[in-house]
Design a protein around this ligand. Sequence first.
Ligand SMILES: CC/C=C/CC(=O)SCCNC(=O)CCNC(=O)[C@H](O)C(C)(C)COP(=O)(O)OP(=O)(O)OC[C@H]1O[C@@H](n2cnc3c(N)ncnc32)[C@H](O)[C@@H]1OP(=O)(O)O
Length: 721
Amino acid sequence: MTQYSRVSGSVGLITLKNPPVNQLSAVVRHGIVDTVQKALSDPKVKSVVICGQNGMFCGGADIKEFQTLANMRGPPLIPMIHSIEAADKPVVAAIEGGAFGGGLELALGCHYRIAHSKAKVGLPEVTLGLLPAAGGSQRLPRLIGVPAALSLITTGRHITAAEALQLGLVDQVADHNTVDAAVKFALSVAGQSLDARRISNFQCPPVPNMDALFEDVMQKVRTTARGAIAPIACVQAVRAAATLPYTQGMQREKELMATLFTSGQARALQYCFFAQRVVGRWSMPSGARWDTSKGRPIHKAAVIGLGTMGRGITVALAQTGLSVVAVETQEKQFMEAKKAVSNMLERGAKRSGKPLAHGKITYSQSLQAVADVDLVIEAVFEDMGLKKKVFQQLSAVCKPGTFLCTNTSTLDVDELASQTHQPELVVGMHFFAPAHIMKLLEVVYGPRSSPELVAVVMELGKKMGKVSVAVGNCRGFVGNRMLKPYRDQAYFLLEEGATPQLIDQALEEFGFAMGAFKVSDLSGLDVGWKVRKEEGLVQPGGGSGKSARIRNGVRYSPLGDLMCEQGRFGQKTGRGWYQYDKPGSRDARPDPWMHSFLEEYRARHGLVARRISNQEVLERCLYAMINEGFRVLEDGIAAGPEDIDIIYVFGYGWPRHRGGPMFYANMVGLEIVLERLEHYAQANPDMPTLQPCSLLRKLVASGSPPVNKWKEVIKNVRSQL
Ligand SMILES: CC/C=C/CC(=O)SCCNC(=O)CCNC(=O)[C@H](O)C(C)(C)COP(=O)(O)OP(=O)(O)OC[C@H]1O[C@@H](n2cnc3c(N)ncnc32)[C@H](O)[C@@H]1OP(=O)(O)O
């Protein structure tokens, strides 16, 4: 786990060996303590280099060890790093690949840091619900100054070696063999005084208006954290570094970490870290899996339809370096799209500092232009008739073996596949707007989809920088299917006495970026109205009599339809569930009109408004969504709870520090979720989505196992179906 040797006569070389990322597990910490001791007590050794094997310095503490305190055995990090800093021989960190979290804290305890030009460094603890509590929050501001340290520690972002050099975080950048460079450097500094190299002895560089700076940062962090506690603790820890002597600062760091380490938020964020990796190991009900299915390279892709989604997808594809044929048959849209895509690419290049991807896109107004591409993504208007036609044409035009993908958000992927000669080469690629920015991609396979195609699309998603989740085909797939009962409950609560702002406030306090009604105003009420009309659900004036609030035997709220009848489509019309200064404006303000609209509606339907608590809003909206999540698992549409949670965290603004809906249910307690659903279902027998699903009942009957053990119960339930 830790190898020691003497090189170049007088340099003790310590190599961390703990795949996959040389994480600081207990055995590694033991190894470091032992080998540092060995090097320091060997009179032949004049200086020391610490490096990691396989091109990676160190990925930090072993996150798996956090899951049970019992695993936190072995030498603690803080005294280990102190003993390195206190050494009387120079210790040099040779950073290849990356130094993250405890790995960077270890490097900060060294007297010098040499990084490879391609290496990255960072203190990402905040993303795991923690703070850099092995001295990182105290050493980093002393080394690079308070503003830069605040930026790195509160966001957890990884920076390049070049930026680290500019900030003074590393002393030298090597283009070739970093360990050789570090050994050479270690030889050159042997015997030199180390007084000026121990960061814990430094004073933080002075900051003018320090109080104002911290107030400002705290304000920003509170706004962006949306209830997450770690970013706030990070600011407090850096403040301690700026205002207290080192030992007192370390004490403060320890106290703050104690409040975070066992928190539910830390558990949720660490669950998300692993869940994100679990979804990459996809499987299909046929037994096909990520490690047994091989894709093939895609050189040229096409996008059909250059509306908002098609433009974003074109940009995302071009940015991967692929050749893209962008097709739009309508003249006006074609001209507008060319300009828009070009602007988006320019903005992207500016943001990332990477070269423009313009040259890779060919525009065409004819479908014939896609004859030689390897993969097509259809992004025409969400209309089954239109999409079917496009798929028939694509099947006739494309060379055999071309993969055909649809960017539908709800429609039946199998029905589209059946329009083609090779239905096994059709899947859904459900992007989220804006498609070149949003991280989530739902990859929707049908019973006939080939595993090769799923492998290709999952890989393509990765290249586009997406978190791709493979899911089965059903109406709305995973994300939109679960969103429906959530939204329905929000409407029903309005009927019963709530206001849009009361519901949104409860959801935003929970941590959602936007409440259900603000999201509806943003995406446009007319979108859902059109779908409901096609489904035959809309009645003029919302319908009348007792049946006005019932469709197909279940409860229905015509409120959204009535809003649309009044032309209140949301932000685009300047009026929706909220009012806006002008069409297109984003600043939502409560609209007094809504009060009389709801009063009149309730009076018409004999409803008496009652006081709705935040707790009821959360329980009805979230538990209805979670209940649907259990159905999704039961039906085999998602492979496991991690898939659902990652979809919600990356695509639907679910607060990451609450881990995703299924993790949240587990945190609340499955028996509580079941009991509340039973309570609400009894009070509302015409709302079947509140009837607890059998998988939830089975899990509770099985003793409510933790979320990572659900798959066993799910397997049994599915095998009985
Ligand atoms: C006392 C408390 C002290 C806390 C201080 C800390 O150090 S907290 C930990 C801080 N470190 C991090 O947050 C880094 C987490 N890791 C990463 O960001 C990335 O893994 C990486 C190091 C940038 C490498 O990225 P890459 O894309 O190359 O690989 P993967 O992310 O896919 O990871 C490969 C496998 O390694 C596992 N893994 C990564 N880091 C850790 C870790 N710190 N502890 C345990 N395991 C780790 C990861 O889970 C992958 O394995 P899978 O089996 O595929 O899940």
